[in-house]
Ligand binder design. Structure first.
Ligand code: CDV
Length: 311
């Protein structure tokens, strides 16, 4: 057993708003500036938000979805994103970057690419839980058309040996679902990277607006604690094209405690030293799945009772 702690210095690179007409090259420069800042702090892994290369375009309806093609990447890296990969290699900093993916087969995914410190791609993760709607709903003050512009991935939540540990990814709405963390927890995950775009106004039930910050941390802290893993949650926050979005990016320990949190709603880097061996304190004790987790018992009870409808 290793006696040297596996310490990973992680940066959560929160972004402020990206305007609809902000050129991709300018956005990449903002990301590079955060990477450079991370370099001065000795960071080894930087996590950027969901759809970090453009404005959150699912807020606009287009009859013909190809009208939004310019927001998607058809290759990663591309000529415009290559500087990020070059920086990664030169600085020895890996990164996770959310982007809209358009495949050669015409499939559209809300994807995050994970890049190692030598600039090589570890994996692409495609968002599973797709929120919002697929039709125009003019009653809303703004649309949330992710279900129109992206398909749900059926690739699940794989984990990867990288950055000296076992790491995985999830995207925005995925963070609200316990299965996301548990799927990776069952594979021994030690650090989960999550980018998000969360408008403060939730049109189907505005009563939730005041709770956005609470719910954001609630689900990520619970996911971290119940699976003994680090969670890095990174926002694109602030008021983008008239829509106010939650910031409050956070780095969360396997204890469920927030160890670093953004204080602004703009471009901001927060840093934490993540001891990956801390995960074992939870995975080998209270949440020792092999000893204490009993799915065979839950399944029997569920199948006996079935779904109980309200009166
Ligand atoms: N981009 C997202 O997935 N946003 C969702 C919705 C519900 C606002 C979220 O869970 O934050």
């Amino acid at each position: 057993m290793s006696t040297t702690p596996r310490m990973l210095r992680v940066g959560a690179a929160q972004l402020g708003p990206i305007a609809k007409d902000e050129p991709r090259a300018d956005v990449v420069e903002r990301l590079r500036s955060l990477l450079a800042q991370a370099g001065t702090h000795g960071v080894e892994l930087v996590v950027f938000p969901e759809l970090a290369l453009s404005t959150f375009f699912p807020r606009w309806y287009t009859e013909d979805i190809s009208g939004h093609d310019h927001y998607y990447e058809t290759e990663m890296p591309s000529a415009e994103t290559q500087p990020l990969f070059d920086d990664a290699k030169r600085l020895g900093i890996g990164f996770a970057l959310g982007y809209a993916e358009l495949t050669p087969e015409g499939e559209r995914f809300n994807t995050t690419v994970l890049v190692e410190r030598d600039g090589t791609i570890v994996a692409n993760f495609r968002k599973v839980h797709m929120p919002g709607h697929d039709d125009d709903q003019p009653w809303r003050p703004f649309q949330h058309l992710e279900r129109r512009y992206f398909q749900e991935s059926d690739e699940g939540f794989p984990v990867h040996r990288a950055f000296g540990g076992i790491v995985g990814m999830a995207t925005c709405n995925d963070r609200r679902w316990p299965e996301t963390y548990r799927e990776m927890g069952l594979q021994g995950v030690e650090l989960i990277m999550i980018g998000y775009n969360t408008p403060i106004h939730y049109a189907p039930d505005p009563g939730q607006n005041a709770l956005q910050g609470f719910h954001n941390h609630l689900c990520m802290q619970a996911g971290a604690y119940q699976n003994g893993t680090w969670v890095v949650g990174v926002a694109k926050g602030g008021t983008e094209e008239g829509v106010e979005s939650l910031a409050q990016s956070a780095i969360i320990a396997p204890s469920g405690q927030i160890v670093a949190q953004a204080v602004s709603t703009g471009d901001e880097l927060i840093v934490a030293d993540c001891d990956l061996d801390w995960c074992a304190n939870y995975k080998d004790t209270l949440f020792n799945f092999a000893t204490y987790r009993r799915p065979e018992l839950y399944q029997r009870i569920t199948s006996q009772k079935g779904v109980i409808e309200p009166d």
